[in-house]
Design a protein around this ligand. Structure first.
Ligand code: ZN
Length: 173
């Protein structure tokens, strides 16, 4: 059984996560945490990304579904990608008002201003430096996940939050 995703009201979601210490890079313990995050994410119907504190882990890690990283449709075999100790290094000044949902705030969606482009610097689970720039959905995900890791839920920054219509096929972070 995948680890359950914690929801709004659980104090771990409002606590800033801590960097993964260097001595955990390349260990089985870190690989297992990332595998648990990926399993919890894949057990959801519409999830596209997950932050470590959403399954109760205290570390600064997020995982994005492989098909989103590749800009493909759901259902591909692309492996999920983990960002360890991610920091947003660049944000475009240009922002858009976007619709957003969150696995930790089930039943609701909202509108929020996000930068159109974002760049993240992080490490792989083995400790190799990585940088990824993105626009559109992936840039939105980077901002949503880094907010999670800083203890912020999108509903705290949203312009508007509304109840989700049933059977609304839309992605969640
Ligand atoms: Zn979320």
């Amino acid at each position: 059984m995948p680890t359950p995703i914690v929801t709004k009201g659980d104090p771990i979601l409002s606590k800033k996560t801590v960097d993964v210490p260097k001595n955990l890079f390349g260990t089985k313990a870190l690989a297992e945490m990332i595998a648990d995050m990926s399993a919890a994410l894949r057990a959801t119907e519409h999830g596209v990304a997950i932050a470590a504190n959403q399954i109760g882990l205290p570390y600064r890690i997020f995982v994005v579904r492989g098909f989103v990283m590749e800009g493909k449709e759901r259902g591909t075999e692309d492996p999920d990608v983990a960002f360890v100790n991610p920091k947003i290094s660049r944000l475009s000044r240009k922002k858009e008002l976007l619709e957003e949902g969150c696995l930790s705030v089930p039943g609701y969606r909202g509108t929020i201003k996000r930068s159109f482009k974002a760049t993240v610097n992080a490490y792989t689970e083995k400790g190799k430096k990585m940088e990824r720039g993105a626009s559109g959905l992936l840039a939105q995900i980077f901002q949503h996940e880094c907010d999670h890791l800083d203890g912020i839920l999108y509903v705290e920054k949203a312009e508007e939050v509304f109840e989700e219509e049933e059977n609304h096929e839309i992605e969640k972070e």
